[in-house]
Design a protein around this ligand. Structure first.
Ligand code: GTP
Ligand code: SPV
Ligand code: MN
Length: 597
């Protein structure tokens, strides 16, 4: 497939270590993909689903101990610990390479090594970057075929250049105690071993497009962020673009595919999806604005909670050509199900099988112990092709990106954070991003529902020192002549009974409209210690049942006491991030404390 000596010698070296029986290049053709699907079905790695109801769809189950990203086993291996910073796990590269060598040696014996040449971003765009993933998993190959752009044209675009990201993945024994997700930014290298779960093994995604790319972005003057990208179309036809960073399983896919409430839909408002998880951002020289592309080619979305009402666009996207991972199986129908899809779970007599592959009785479901009693794992996912998304933006394959009017940060916070507020400017907006906090979710292994700091929703994904990352945000602000405005939202405020107050989903459109009006100075706001907050009557609640002006006032209220309490937490977090925290961040914190009194 290539004469590129850098590629060939690296593959030789990796094959000598892992010792596969054979090496197969992935060429991106449908014939090859189909043969691999058939092979995976013959070994039980995939189950082919009902061709009439779910054409070209498959079910896969990962090992029970391997269902989410493992942040505790994810490492940034820079020459010094200081470069990786205090928030990342760090091991010196030589030591990590030695440790990994033992785990990889002979790991592909009796197996095939697949070589996947892929591009993050449209081949030929200034944004695009090339990677090659070596893997012994057909599941990984088939997911990468959906999530990235794979094929001969990628290898042709690389030519004889050494400029690509090397990725080595082996499932090995899937031993959780020897699971390592490692990054060597200085070597453009990713090595992943002993896992078969999405974010740990689809190396183009979090490993490359966020951790390695954030490192490259700092070096080269651009940004890689955990952000969705959407276009909001007004009745006049004009489209404005927004990016939003929410932590894992906090609503990016849902917001990106939003369907406006009927009242707005009838007037001609529409939302188009450019991306649901990752944005690469560059300054456009012509108009001085920040432009965004989605480097991915598909969606690796959370299944539970996805239904006809919450996200019909995502549901429609998964109706063909989709790989489902760790969802519930209906053997009678040969279909899949998950909690929150509908009120009709497969019954034992339908041959219901849970995400672990065991017979399942829906009547045993216990909200307090979802992992052991639900049909689908809380972090079960669909891998679906962007081209099947009914609301895919016509700019999805744009070479130059879409101009960003607003950047939104947000988290899952039962208290403290109001429905929406606007920062005072780029520097204060960077501060707002740096102090983000959110309840942890099932997307990463570990406790769920614990509030932690998750700056810019990038805590698990910055490939270098968090303090330097904040400095990069400040530096970028100075390089963007017409920067986007920066906002913060919280869809997850709860009442005294623990129920969400804001209806969320499609109704989030109402908040987006206020945000875009602010970008154009079309609406006033109230200046508060934390930023600009809407006047309650400026959030359009027409056609919204059960929510009145008083509820909106409550959602927008600022609990001064809990903000004051947070100041010390933020200070402690900054001290933990350490000596690289920019002085400006401490100044913003002091200014916030002063405004709160
Ligand atoms: P990753 O793919 O892990 O990065 O997650 P994501 O940010 O794309 O999260 P996603 O949109 O898949 O949402 C995850 C969960 O949040 C699902 O269970 C949704 O039902 C729920 N959710 C999304 N939007 C809202 C909202 O506006 N309100 C409420 N209450 N829940 C929401
Ligand atoms: C996330 O956890 O933020 C995801 C899923 O988008 S994974 O690809 O597993 O990282
Ligand atoms: Mn994500």
């Amino acid at each position: 497939m290539t004469n590129n000596k850098y590629v060939l010698s690296w593959i030789d070296e990796m094959a000598a270590m892992t010792q596969p029986d054979k090496i197969v290049w992935i060429d991106g053709t449908e014939e090859q993909a189909e043969a691999l699907r058939a092979e995976a079905c013959s070994t039980g790695e995939l189950i082919k689903l009902n061709e009439e109801l779910l054409p070209n769809c498959y079910l896969h189950r990962t090992a029970v101990n391997d269902v989410a990203r493992v942040e505790g086993r994810t490492f940034i291996c820079t020459p010094t610990k200081e470069e990786a910073g205090n928030i990342n796990n760090w091991v010196e590269p030589g030591e990590m390479y030695a440790k990994l060598k033992k785990l990889y040696t002979g790991a592909m014996k009796g197996k095939t090594m697949y070589v996947i040449p892929y591009s993050m971003g449209v081949v030929g765009s200034d944004f695009a970057k090339i990677g090659i993933e070596l893997t012994d998993s057909i599941y990984v190959v088939l997911n990468m075929l959906i999530m990235t752009r794979v094929g001969k044209n990628v290898i042709d675009a690389l030519g004889d250049s050494p400029d690509y990201i090397k990725g080595l993945h082996a499932v090995a024994d899937c031993d959780a105690d020897n699971r390592y997700i490692t990054h060597f930014p200085q070597d453009n290298t990713i090595m992943s071993v002993n896992s078969g779960y999405g974010g740990n093994v689809l190396l183009g995604k979090k490993c490359f497009a966020l951790r390695i790319a954030s490192y490259l972005g700092r070096k080269e003057g651009w940004m890689a962020e955990h952000m969705l990208i959407l276009g909001l179309q007004y009745p006049c036809g004009e489209i404005k673009y927004i990016t939003a960073a929410f932590p894992s399983a906090c609503g990016k896919t849902n917001l990106a595919m939003l369907i406006p409430p009927e009242f707005f839909r009838k007037k001609g408002y529409k939302v188009w999806t450019v991306g649901d998880d990752i944005a690469w951002l560059r300054v456009n020289k012509e108009d001085g604005k920040l432009y965004a592309v989605n480097p991915e080619n598909g969606f690796f979305g959370v299944a539970p909670g996805t239904n006809d009402k919450s996200n019909p666009n995502a549901l429609a996207t998964t109706k063909r050509d989709t790989i489902f991972t760790n969802v519930c199986y209906n053997a009678k129908e040969n279909t899949v199900w998950w909690e929150g899809l509908d009120n009709n779970p497969p019954k034992p007599e339908d041959g219901a099988v849970n995400w672990k592959g065991e017979p399942w009785d829906y009547r045993t479901y216990n909200k307090a112990d979802k992992i052991n009693t639900s049909g689908a794992h809380p972090n079960s996912r669909f891998t679906a092709s962007a081209k099947n998304c009914p609301c895919l933006s016509s700019e999805f394959n744009t070479l130059k990106g879409v101009p960003v009017s607003a950047i939104i940060f947000g988290g899952r916070r039962a208290k403290t954070a109001p429905l929406v507020y606007q920062s005072f400017g780029w520097q204060h907006g960077t501060f707002v991003g740096s102090i983000m906090a959110s309840e942890t979710t099932a997307a990463a292994s570990g406790a769920i529902g614990v509030v932690r700091r998750d700056p810019m929703a990038m805590r698990p994904f910055v490939g270098y020192n968090m303090g330097d990352y904040w400095q990069h945000w400040l530096d970028m602000g100075k390089k963007i002549p017409n920067p986007p405005k920066i906002f913060h939202v919280n869809w997850f405020r709860t009442d005294d009974n623990g129920n969400f107050i804001w209806p969320g989903f499609g109704d989030n459109m109402r908040v987006l409209l206020w945000i875009l009006d602010r970008c154009e100075d079309k609406v006033d706001a109230v200046e508060t210690p934390i930023g600009y907050v809407p006047k309650a009557e400026d959030i359009n609640i027409e056609g919204l049942d059960g929510i009145d002006l008083e509820t909106i006032r409550g959602l927008l209220s600022i609990e001064t006491a809990s903000w004051k309490e947070d100041i010390l937490n933020i200070l402690a977090f900054y001290n933990q991030v350490g000596s690289h925290v920019p002085q400006e961040m401490y100044e913003e914190l002091a200014a916030l404390a002063a405004r709160l009194g």
